[in-house]
Every structure is written in C-alpha cells, then in structure tokens.
Write a new protein. Structure first.
Length: 365
C-alpha cells in the first residue's frame, strides 16, 4: 500500500515549519493507543466511550461528518483513531458553576484519540484540558469536535506542555447554533513540534466565538498555529487574539482567518496578534487574513512583532528593578491577561510558574 505524504506546512518562501526530522517509520511500526483522561467535576455531564456513542443516531450523523478521505499521513492516523476517545454531553439547561477538568498524560509511542463535545440547548459550561507526555511519546494527535446547540455557552481551554521530544498534531472544530457562544483558550508551550488548528463555523444567527491563543517557543521548537472563523449566518461575531514569545532558534507561524460569507450580513470579525522576540535567531511569522463576501459587515485585523519595549524597561528600572528583572516582568505581564481567564486555579498557578522559569534567563544574563 502506498503511504500518504506528510502534511505540507509551507505558506511562503520563508514562511513554513518543517517535518524533515519526523520519522514516519517509527510511527508506522507503533501501536495506536490512547491514554485515558482523568475527569474532575463531571457529575452533571455524560461521558461515553466513542464506540458506544457512534451507535446512537446523533453519533452516526457526527461520524459521517468526521470520516473523510485522508490526504496526508497524519489525517490517516486521525481517521484510524475515530474509535478511540470519549463523547462528552452537557445536558439541556445544565449550568455548571465549576469547570470540568480533564487531564491526560501520554506515555506510549503514538497517542491518538478523538474527543466529541455536545453542549445542548441553554447549557452553560467550562472545560479545561491539560496535556503532558513523557519522552517515550513520539506522536500525540487529537481531533476535537464541538457542537453547540441553540443558546448554549461553552468555554474550552486546552494547555499542552508536552515533552520536548513529542510531535503534536491537533485539530479542533466547532459548530454553533442560534445565539450559541464558544470561547477558546489555547496554550502552546511544550513539544518539539506542534500544529494546532482551531476552526469555528458560525452557523446560527447571533452566535459568536472568541479565541485567546498564547505560545512560548524556545530552543528548536516549531509551532504552526491557526485560528479560523467561518461566518455563515447573519449577526455573527468572531474575536481572535494571540500573544506569543519566540526565543532561541525556535520558529512559529501563526495564521488567522476570518471568512464572511455572502449571507452573513451585519457580522463582526476582529483579530489581533502580538509577539515578542527574545533572541536574534527566533522567527515568528503572523499571517492575518480577511475574506469578505458581504460588505454590510465590520472587520479588522492587526499584527505586531517586535522586541521588548525599552521605554517600559526604563520605567521599571526607575522603580528599582534591574534591567533583567524589568524584562522578565514585562514578558510575564504579557501573558497574564489570558492566564487570568483560565477557570482552574491549579493550572493557572502552573502556567505562571512555567512562564517564570522560561523568563529566568533574562534576570540571570
């Protein structure tokens, strides 16, 4: 059987990430496994094995949507992993005061799973997923698909701090019903290589999406991060914000896209990317994009890539901090607005500690 190629992740002459060191043979010879999730605060929701969920009428319909002809090696693995994972259902009118906490620790050569989340009508919920791995985990891949029914609200936070030897391929999709709201928080800190795509289809009138993405790339890490909103219905809103830091010889590509379709009048789209570069050899490319097929809309985008503001450093040093302490404080404060939005105190504390550790070199230099 002919083996499918790896994904092509080149977006310009110098705008790309590379999989030249990725071992297809190592993955092809390994068993396809899925480490279990541990869940806290899940008493009011339903969690089913996917093999059981796919047998229900709703499950069969979703399975048909997700099952597609693979075009590359990673998509083929994700297709094979459709039977591995969980379906989470937040019942109609359920309001969760505290978040559902999902934790996953990957230890096998290939960890591949699928996660389905259905937020039923009038539900309000928050899910926080934290993912780690050992050096034995060479590849981690996941497909996440979220359906929000009418007037449902869901906050979904994913933070990965995988081992620096792990390759990470993640696809996240969501479809919104009328007046539904989804809020994404995506934190990318670990792995040797990550490609993460968040795609939201705003199908219901007056539905909305927000997304906060944060990354800190260092050493030889490569990140390919994308957030996309498809406005299919009128009066829909998208708001995409990204904050990132590049250090050492790392390379990050961030792609943001807002697509306003012909029938999506009175829609609003906004995207903003801000990046700090902490070394001469780090590369961060931001590619904001707008596609507008209806002129009765409001859309704007912007991107900044630069070094730490010396005026801010001067101000902090005038207050008694050393130059290095001032720079570290600015970088830590750069991420703070997103971290504060995470509805999980333990994870928040871990992220603050992670940022402190990554910025310690500024104080020591």
């Amino acid at each position: 059987m002919t083996q499918l190629p790896l994904p092509q992740l080149k977006y310009g002459l110098t705008t790309y990430v590379s999989l030249e060191k990725f071992s297809v043979d190592k993955v092809a010879k390994a068993a396809l496994t899925a480490s279990p999730y541990t869940a806290q605060g899940a008493e009011k929701i339903q969690i089913q094995d996917l093999k059981e969920f796919w047998q229900s009428p709703r499950g069969k319909a979703i399975f048909q949507i997700l099952q597609k002809q693979p075009t590359n090696f990673i998509e083929d693995i994700q297709n094979k992993a459709l039977q591995q994972g969980k379906a989470i259902i937040i019942p109609t009118n359920t309001i969760l005061v505290n978040p559902v906490l999902l934790q996953k620790h990957c230890t096998t050569t290939v960890d591949a799973d699928t996660l389905i989340i259905i937020a039923e009508k009038n539900s309000q919920s928050s899910i926080v997923e934290s993912v780690t791995s050992t050096a034995d985990c060479y590849l981690r891949t996941q497909r996440l698909h979220i359906i929000l029914e009418e007037n449902a609200q869901l906050s979904y936070c994913n933070v990965q701090n995988l081992n620096k030897k792990t390759y990470n391929f993640i696809s996240k999709t969501a479809n919104t019903g009328r007046q539904a709201k989804i809020y994404w928080i995506d934190g990318c800190f670990g792995s040797i290589f990550t490609t993460s795509m968040i795609h939201t289809t705003l199908s219901g009138e007056f539905s909305s999406m927000e997304a906060d993405t944060m990354f800190f790339s260092q050493l030889e890490q490569q990140f390919d991060l994308a957030v996309e909103a498809q406005h299919l219905a009128p009066h829909t809103t998208s708001d995409m914000r990204t904050k990132g830091v590049g250090k050492d010889s790392s390379k990050t590509v961030y792609r943001g896209n807002i697509k306003i379709h012909e029938n999506a009048h009175n829609s609003v789209g906004y995207q903003k990317e801000d990046t700090l570069i902490l070394s001469d050899n780090a590369t961060v490319d931001a590619i904001p994009k707008l596609e507008i097929d209806n002129h009765d809309v409001k859309c704007k985008h912007g991107a900044t890539v630069g070094q730490i503001d010396r005026e801010k450093v001067f101000y902090l040093t005038s207050r008694g901090l050393s130059d290095g302490e001032a720079q570290a404080t600015i970088v830590r404060g750069f991420f703070a607005p997103i971290i504060q939005k995470i509805n999980a105190e333990e994870l928040k504390e871990r992220l603050h500690e992670e940022i402190e550790e990554k910025t310690a070199f500024l104080i020591e230099q």
